[in-house]
Ligand binder design. Structure first.
Ligand SMILES: Nc1ncnc2c1ncn2[C@@H]1O[C@H](COP(=O)(O)OP(=O)(O)O)[C@@H](O)[C@H]1O
Ligand SMILES: [Mg+2]
Length: 682
């Protein structure tokens, strides 16, 4: 039983009064100057803060296909939610961060619209969502802190507090010259790499109060600033502070007030004039997003007039609310778009200005299997779904997704499946990582077409809710859903493509057969005692062979020649050629010798290749005695049943199956053997 006091404890531990006090700090303009003197980085622009936020999570160097790339840890689940991590796309993300970096340094990209471009479901929205969550989080930390202000004034005999509607930086209130002098001093003492700038005018509302108070105090700015209450600013999309999102509706309904705010008709009666800033709601997305980031979903579906607003906003860092002069903004502008719209943009001459002022970053699909699998593992991990997901289920779906994205090479001697494996880090006989760049350059469109992760996610979800089975989902169920969905897939426009995708399902299925067969083989052969015995036997023979000695036969106690047939039958299992066998054997003996020097004993697990060879050999020896094929018949004798149960238990314990999925796997492998269509190599 949970007691009430336990619940109360939970509630207490979730509250953090100290943090609350920090985030709700208020003070005078003078106190703010003190803080800024100590921490000039408070004055960073939106681009600079975003860039530092990404860096604050750290970086590491990796290589992608032999090329050095910086990986920004920010993109791998930075806040530990287990959601919103980007897998792969290292080069894309590095390009994105470079864009922010150059904006932070003031090299020009801070005056461009950043356009994420790519096929549907390539994680464009996810990237932007991550950035939004990132700056929200950062604004709550000490190193990411930023501030805004309100006016404390008297209206109709009452003291009222009027927040700056665009939560502007307090230093913007200073006359430009004084401000610049202060900032250049701060820059001089700052160790940071880039220069801090606070440019632009206060919002119309603050300009109004500024002017009124200056009149009242006869130009005494000190007195005016006494009316300013500075406070900490916490960015929050939910509260519409520092983060905006704009999604175009149908073309006729687009209205600029959604971007730049609108007259407040109720207040209009009070203040009498549409150009009185107090009678205006500065609550358009551009206003809201000041100090942070604005996202334009499907930006190229915007009305052309809006696109020009957007250009002004990025180029001049200012917007024009109805009836007001240009108003300064400081925010990162990111749009995303799918391919068809982008192609329209490219072919429209009128849009040249727009093209010229955007920086396009391609966000392609993953082409690396491991990364694709991780996408779905994140979505369908076992904490989230109630059914068991059989081993290789997500792998097979990922495989198919990637196969649909790959283009055949013109060289022609590389199957798509081999290409997939090569991209995933496997060296093939004639191709290694060295060749990948060549292959990638052969087809620039690779990664821009094919099946999207969203389709896979939807179909796996379908498979999970269907009554195929009450306990698990296996690869066949998912493959079935993937195939069934093709008929209605809205993005597949040609029959050829549909057929091609179907054929690739068969390719993925065939690969799965190989994988599961190997796994069952290993489970059958995973008999510790027998493997050890076989290993000892092999090593005895290898030792005798390399030292040109004889072996003592344990049964007959006779000295015999090393058993060449036995050794070869094991080595062949892992493709050790006749010409290479001496090297292979010598290597093993050297290894064992080195171990012996350290007083250690060799175990078969120390050499994964040898282990695999031993398992395969053992499987071959046992296959017939276990009568796997009898699994598919309905009557199974007790002895066979016992053996099958042992194998099943191993599949469950060592390979992550459950009762039902293990049975499925065994049945499937049995049916392969029953058909006899096993590849000779196995
Ligand atoms: N490289 C990737 N890493 C992680 N998740 C991805 C990746 N590519 C696609 N996804 C996932 O696919 C789904 C669709 O992504 P989304 O960001 O909505 O795409 P877009 O906005 O490009 O259409 C999301 O669940 C997303 O997490
Ligand atoms: Mg999207």
């Amino acid at each position: 039983m949970v007691t009430k006091s336990e619940l109360v404890d939970v509630i207490r531990s979730a509250s953090n009064p100290e943090e609350f006090r920090e985030l709700n700090w208020t003070g005078t303009f003078g106190q703010y100057l003190d803080i800024v003197l100590r921490h000039p980085e408070i004055l960073r622009s939106a681009h600079q803060r975003l860039y530092d936020m990404i860096l604050s999570f750290g970086t590491e160097e990796t290589t992608v296909h032999k090329e050095k790339v910086t990986r920004y840890k920010f993109f791998s689940d930075p806040l530990g939610h287990g959601r919103d991590a980007i897998f792969g796309l290292e080069k894309t993300l590095a390009g994105l961060v470079d864009h922010f970096k150059s904006a932070a340094y003031g090299y020009g990209t801070e005056r461009r619209v950043l356009l994420l471009h790519g096929p549907v479901g390539s994680s464009k929205s996810t990237i932007v969502r991550l950035l939004k969550r990132g700056i929200e989080h950062y604004s709550r930390t000490r190193e990411g802190a930023l501030y805004t202000f309100a006016w404390k004034v008297e209206e109709n005999g009452h003291e009222v507090v009027i927040p700056d509607p665009m939560h502007d930086e307090p230093l913007r209130l200073l006359p430009e010259e004084a401000r610049n002098r202060i900032i250049s001093r701060l820059n001089a003492q700052r160790k940071g790499a880039y220069q801090i700038r606070v440019v632009g005018e206060p919002s119309p509302v603050s300009r109004y109060y500024m002017n009124e108070l200056l009149k009242k105090y006869d130009g005494d700015i000190d007195k005016v600033l006494e009316h300013v209450v500075v406070r900490r600013l916490v960015l929050s999309e939910r509260d519409r502070i520092g983060i905006g999102t704009f999604q175009p509706k149908d073309e006729k309904n687009q209205d600029s007030t959604e971007l730049t705010g609108d007259v407040n008709y109720r207040k209009l009666a009070e203040f009498g004039s549409e150009s009185d800033p107090r009678a205006f709601n500065f609550d358009g997305e551009f206003n809201v997003a000041n100090r942070g980031l604005i996202e334009f979903i499907e930006v190229l579906k915007l009305d052309v007039a809006f696109l020009y607003d957007l250009l002004g906003a990025s180029q001049e860092h200012s917007i024009k609310p109805k009836k007001f002069a240009q108003t300064s903004i400081d925010e990162v502008i990111i749009g995303h778009t799918n391919e068809p719209e982008y192609r329209k943009l490219m072919s429209n001459e009128l849009m040249e200005a727009f093209r010229d002022r955007t920086v396009k970053i391609d966000v392609p699909y993953n082409l690396r299997l491991d990364n694709e699998i991780r996408i779905y593992e994140k979505d369908f991990n076992q904490n989230r779904v109630s059914k068991h997901i059989a081993p290789h289920t997500l792998e097979v779906a990922s495989m198919w997704a990637i196969l649909t994205r790959l283009k055949p090479t013109k060289k022609g001697d590389l199957s798509l499946m081999d290409k997939l494996k090569l991209y995933n880090g496997k060296s093939l006989e004639r191709y290694t990582e060295e060749n990948i760049r060549e292959l990638r350059e052969e087809n620039a469109r690779e990664g821009l077409d094919g099946i999207s992760p969203r389709y896979i996610q939807d179909k796996v979800s379908n498979a999970l809710v269907r009554p195929y089975s009450t306990t698990c989902v296996n690869p066949f169920m998912v493959l079935h859903e993937l195939e069934a969905g093709l008929d209605h897939h809205s993005l597949i426009t040609s029959e050829d493509t549909r057929k091609q995708y179907r054929d690739l399902l068969a390719v993925a299925k065939e690969e799965y057969a190989e994988i599961v067969k190997n796994e069952v083989q290993r489970a059958i052969a995973a008999d510790e005692v027998q493997i050890q015995r076989l290993c000892a036997n092999y090593i005895d023979n290898v030792k005798a062979y390399t030292q040109k000695e004889k072996v003592r036969n344990v049964y007959t106690n006779q000295e015999e020649e090393p058993d060449e047939r036995l050794m070869r039958s094991i080595e062949e299992k892992i493709d050790v050629r006749e010409s290479a066998k001496d090297d292979f054997r010598r290597e093993i003996m050297n290894y064992i010798g080195a171990l012996a020097v350290e007083g250690k004993q060799f175990e078969y697990r120390m050499n994964p290749r040898l282990q695999r060879a031993l398992e395969k050999k053992l499987f071959e020896d046992q296959k017939d005695s276990i009568k796997l094929t009898s699994l598919v018949s309905s009557v199974v004798d007790r002895e066979t049943q016992e053996k099958i149960d042992v194998i099943k238990a191993r599949l469950i314990k060592n390979y992550g199956y459950n009762e039902e999925s293990a049975t499925d796997a065994l049945n499937f492998v049995a049916s392969i053997f029953a058909r006899g269509d096993v590849k000779s190599k196995g």
